[in-house]
Each structure stands twice: as structure tokens, then as C-alpha cells.
Design a protein around this ligand. Sequence first.
Ligand SMILES: [Zn+2]
Length: 92
Amino acid sequence: MEPKLFCQSCTMPIDKLADRGTEKDGSKSSEYCKYCYQNGALINPNMTFEEIKALVITQMKKMNLPPGIVEKSVKSLPYLKRWRTVHEKEPL
Ligand SMILES: [Zn+2]
């Protein structure tokens, strides 16, 4: 089954509630994973696009995902909600 929801910071699938970040009121985020977002705030708000890209590649390699999937995720990173605004100001 193809995941439907992805973290808008790191592309991790967040179909499972357990993988989602939490809002201030304790409810689950529908936009970010638990590694990026807790208590209504991004965990690493100062992380740059290059840093998150390196992190995604490292995490996905650890998960033994096929290179095609890793590449696809990295390519989709600039289009995520968190990074879109960055690249609107500063085109790729
Ligand atoms: Zn994430």
C-alpha cells in the first residue's frame, strides 16, 4: 500500500498515528512526523534544507530502502510545506 500522508518536513510516511508529531493540545499532527514536530513546534526549527536532506538520506539508508525511493524522496523535499517557502524566495 502506498502511503498517503508524508511528513511536510522530511518526507517520512505518517499514515500510522504513532509516527505523527503532536500538537500543543496532545492531538496528532496530520502534517509532520514525531521526529520533526512535538508539542506544536518543529524540533529543529533552525535546521537548513541541506541538513535535512543529509538526514533523510542517512535515515533512509539505515532503513535499507531501495536507492530509487531515496532519490524520489530527496527530489520531493523542496516541494514540502516546510521548504516550499524557502525555495520560493531562493529558487533551486
Ligand atoms: Zn519529519
